[in-house]
Design a protein around this ligand. Structure first.
Ligand code: AGP
Length: 370
């Protein structure tokens, strides 16, 4: 078993470290030689049908749902088409409004999740084109979908999904750019600029993985708490939800992810002296807004750690207790970087508490029953 873990103590840590490779493998062959165009050769979705898409539904469970939240924002921003995200267990029973002009994207690492498979069948029976983003080529979901966009993360063993999630983000970036190319919603130069930012992500993840000591120390510090909060706006909120799920799943520490601007509508009542708040502040367009939310929780005694870009660390340290810098990329692509410290945080918190990191209680890797 040690050999399979490649010298790492746990599959989860190994898989976190495999992310640069997973990104490279997922990008490879999907950008043309000039580096200016995304090519998704195997898609059955024709250019005509892409032009006819009126709305996009993104459906999945758990961490894959969280990847879909990022994907939804990416598609909405790049393609300017309305996107609706839902968890599969809700979607399948709500008789969703699906037409042949709906593109339904299901996301599943295993490709075997029962609710996601049922949602796929519901969508197909209503005439939608269903595209599956999955990590397993021969899976039930891959077989039933009209199209498959494979993530090349390699086998994921740890119950807590890490490299599958982040590779799903890469798949969404490429898909978003491809749809934008076909519909002409982004210029060739914009697409080229974004492609080079995506290609830089693997190296940026490597640099973060080389500097994980601060996160480890912080994880040990918060592992003594029973409750904590994640806050953020926009894509930071989407990543906050993933960070919160990851922490709950393997450390059993209760946490909530909140849209930073929603705090004062109720949750702020829970903020008291010493409660940890992890704030994601990577989206420059809403940075000032997030900072004012940070000040609100600080004023009520919270202990705030912020994840942001290097250039904001000095000024943010005036309002927070600790800061962790992530490398600079375009706003849409920050989730592929900011999730890494959150994965390490939950890993090291679980480790500090002596839990079974790779096999958390009550959970299965693949949920094949409803
Ligand atoms: C992730 O850490 C979880 N174990 C879980 O939420 C998982 O993402 C979910 O069950 C969906 O699985 P799938 O991607 O294989 O469909």
């Amino acid at each position: 078993v040690t050999a399979e873990k490649n010298g790492f103590d746990h599959f989860m840590l190994k898989e976190i470290h495999e992310q640069p490779k997973a990104y490279r493998d997922t990008i490879r062959g999907r950008v043309d030689e000039s580096g200016r165009k995304v090519v998704l050769k195997d898609l059955n979705l024709t250019e005509d049908r892409i032009k006819q898409i009126q709305n996009v539904h993104i459906v999945a469970c758990g961490t894959a749902y969280h990847a879909g939240l990022v994907g939804g924002t990416v598609i909405e921003q790049l393609v300017r088409v309305p996107v609706y995200n839902d968890v599969a267990s809700e979607y399948r029973y709500r008789s969703p409004l699906i037409t042949p002009e709906t593109l339904v994207i299901v996301v599943s690492q295993s490709g075997e999740t029962a609710d996601t498979l049922a949602a796929l069948r519901e969508a197909k029976s209503n005439g939608a084109h269903v595209l599956a983003v999955t990590n397993v080529v021969g899976s039930s979901i891959a077989r039933d979908a009209d199209d498959v966009l494979v993530t090349l993360a390699g086998p994921e063993i740890a119950v807590a999904s890490t490299k599958a999630y982040s590779s799903q983000l890469i798949a969404f970036y490429l898909l978003g750019l491809y749809l934008a190319q076909v519909r002409g919603t982004q210029s060739e130069d914009q697409v080229a600029h974004m492609i080079s930012a995506i290609q830089a992500l693997p190296e940026q993840v490597e640099s973060m993985l080389e500097n994980s000591d601060a996160i480890k120390a912080y994880a040990e510090q918060i592992s003594h708490n029973q409750h904590l909060f994640f806050i953020g706006r926009g894509l930071d909120y989407a990543v906050a939800q993933e960070g919160s799920l990851k922490l709950k799943e393997i450390s059993y520490i209760h946490s909530e992810a909140y849209a930073a601007g929603e705090l004062k509508h109720g949750t702020l009542a829970l903020i008291e002296d010493g409660i940890p708040v992890i704030a994601l502040a990577t989206q420059d367009s809403v940075l000032e807004k997030t900072v004012s939310n940070i000040k609100e929780v600080k004023a009520r005694g919270a202990d705030v750690m912020v994840i942001t870009h290097e250039e904001h660390v000095a000024s943010l340290l005036k309002s927070v207790d600790q800061a962790f810098a992530i490398p600079k990329t375009l706003p849409l692509f920050t989730p592929a970087l900011s999730v890494v410290p959150l994965q390490l945080l939950s890993y090291y918190a679980s480790l500090a508490l002596g839990h079974d990191v790779d096999k958390p209680r009550n959970l299965a890797k693949s949920v094949t029953v409803e």
